[in-house]
Design a protein around this ligand. Structure first.
Ligand code: NDP
Length: 500
């Protein structure tokens, strides 16, 4: 893979192992959000591209060499892909930062190594999968085997493009499926690069097809509705998940949804305040708050409010906003102007609505080009749980702070939104930490930490934050059908019969 191939004039789809343009010739601009400049054009996929991608995936799964791959071969292939991602780490990090506006320190040390690890991790799990077997009292033997689903659709968002695409690609491949991936239209580059990586790794044609383009009323929707697609694994906004669920219902698709979040950092008075406030600041502003697990709400016990806020302010003052490709920068631009304006409108709402106080930031910085999508790191004190800033996913560098006076009130505030993805509980009292974690309706609870993760564990949200779980064996379960094979043994003088 030569470096320049990664940013062509026109990003094309990868269908049947070939790079192809859209049949109708349509393209759209891929814009660098930190400058407003066009990076390249992107082929805009439509029903035609989805149809041919599904057709080629069906061939690959049913009759191509992929259908003959055993577990060990799939495991080796996944390892090779992980190795190639690591070999291309610098280039991929640069592409991701160009597309998203995210600091290179995050893409180089976070997103891209994690994308490689997703493949290495599932390579190991794939190699060591075993099936449960039982002998019944009548001597019959029963084995439950896992088989591929067939053609699966993966739909991914723009905030962690390669990280999340590989999080789905690796387990789907481990289970022998063929894939159609529809990346977010705002971030096509690293998905495009994966075409080259899969080729270099020797993946048979048609096993992974990548259709670039838009979601609603376009390629994404066509993928969801396609009768040849057995399952959809989707990560994105809650409202999108809901419409995908409806669109996939007529064809009875299996679905897995990782949706929006409204994470909270809850700091009790007996916590290590320095560590808690410092980590809570990081939780709010990593990737400019465009992380589903972001701790976008800070809840502080009233008696330590001033202390905590002073640490948060001093941490915020150290955030370096600037060119995402500068290794010393810790806050890049948001993903595009439209999203930046949406974030700015929430701050405007706060300024105009009683019960809000903008403590830090809240402006569009004027030292960057007008067409760039930067927004200052912002801290807003909010009095009412009903505020839109508390109830809605702002998905930007905006941290709200609320106070509480009791354990019960803290729990009520954390649980008091429609989301249920994640929360961090900060206290030195382990009994309190365990009690509060038990009461939170969140898929992930961190105690005195944030963002730590073991890929074997279940990942996903409660309430409006998701349906199903991904991670370790959970993803392997999602991407497979289970088949039970039972064999009678008349040589046994069965004391009992086993009935269905
Ligand atoms: P969107 O829901 O807007 O889009 C996600 C993907 O779905 C994109 O590829 C999009 O295409 C596509 N899409 C949009 N509409 C449809 C449709 N009707 N049918 C099929 N596909 C469709 O999410 P964002 O890209 O804005 O991502 C941010 C969101 O993702 C946040 O809410 C965040 O919390 C959530 N997220 C959740 C995570 C989790 O694990 N719970 C992890 C990361 C993010 P296109 O955009 O190109 O039109």
């Amino acid at each position: 893979m030569k470096r320049l191939e990664l940013i062509p004039d026109v990003v094309r789809h990868s269908i049947g192992g070939e790079l192809v343009r859209s049949q109708n010739g349509e393209t759209f601009d891929n814009v660098n959000p930190a400058t407003g400049e066009v990076i390249c054009k992107v082929s805009k996929g439509s029903d035609e591209e989805i149809n041919s991608a599904v057709e080629s995936a069906t061939q690959a799964w049913k009759v191509g060499p992929w259908s003959q791959y055993n577990q060990s071969q799939r495991s080796s292939l996944l390892r090779r892909v992980g190795d190639l991602i690591l070999q291309r780490k610098e280039e991929l990090a640069e592409l991701e930062s160009l597309d998203t506006g995210k600091p290179i320190s995050e893409t180089l040390n976070g997103d891209i190594p994690r994308a490689a690890f997703n493949f290495h991790f599932y390579s190991e799990l794939c190699a060591h999968q075993v099936s449960p077997s039982f002998r019944s009292d009548d001597g019959s033997i029963h084995t439950t085997l896992r088989e591929p689903l067939g053609v699966v659709g993966l739909i991914t968002p723009w905030n962690l493009p390669l990280y999340l695409a590989t999080w789905k690609l690796a387990p789907a491949l481990a289970q022998g499926n063929a894939i159609v991936l529809k990346p977010a239209e705002l971030t096509p580059l690293t998905a495009f690069a994966m075409h080259h990586i899969f080729q270099e790794a020797g993946l048979p044609p048609g096993v992974v097809n990548i259709v670039q383009g838009f979601g609603g009323a376009s390629a994404g929707e066509a993928l969801v509705k396609h009768p040849g697609v057995k399952a959809i694994s989707f990560t994105g906004e809650t409202v999108t998940g809901s419409s995908i669920m409806a669109a996939g219902a007529p064809t009875l698709k299996k679905m897995s949804f990782e949706l929006g979040g409204k994470g909270a950092s809850v700091i009790f008075a007996d916590a290590d305040l320095q560590l808690a406030a410092k980590t809570a600041t990081r939780a709010a502003f990593r990737n400019a708050g465009q992380v589903c697990l972001a701790g976008s709400r800070l809840l502080v016990e009233e008696s330590v409010f001033e202390q905590v806020i002073s640490i948060v302010k001093s941490e915020m003052a150290q955030i370096k906003m600037g060119d995402p490709l500068d290794p010393s920068v810790t806050l890049g631009s948001l993903v595009n102007l439209e999203h930046r304006n949406k974030v700015a409108s929430y701050v405007e709402y706060a300024r105009k609505t009683k019960g809000h106080e903008v403590i830090v930031g809240g402006r569009i910085p004027d030292r960057f080009p007008e067409s760039s999508a930067y927004f200052e790191p912002t801290l807003i004190k909010v009095d009412s749980q009903a505020s839109r800033l508390i109830q809605e996913e702002v998905f930007g560098p905006v941290l709200t702070v609320q106070t509480f006076n009791s354990l019960d009130q803290a729990i009520e505030l954390v649980n008091g939104t429609k989301y249920g993805l994640s929360a961090s509980v900060w206290t030195k009292d382990i009994n309190k930490a365990q009690f509060v974690s038990g009461k939170l309706r969140m898929g992930l609870v961190w105690i005195n930490s944030w963002f730590i993760r073991n890929l074997h564990t279940a990942f996903g949200g409660m309430k409006h934050s998701g349906v199903g779980r991904e991670g370790g064996q959970y993803s392997l379960d999602f991407f497979s059908e289970m088949k039970t094979i039972s064999q009678a043994n008349p040589m046994f003088d069965a004391p009992t019969k086993t009935w269905i």
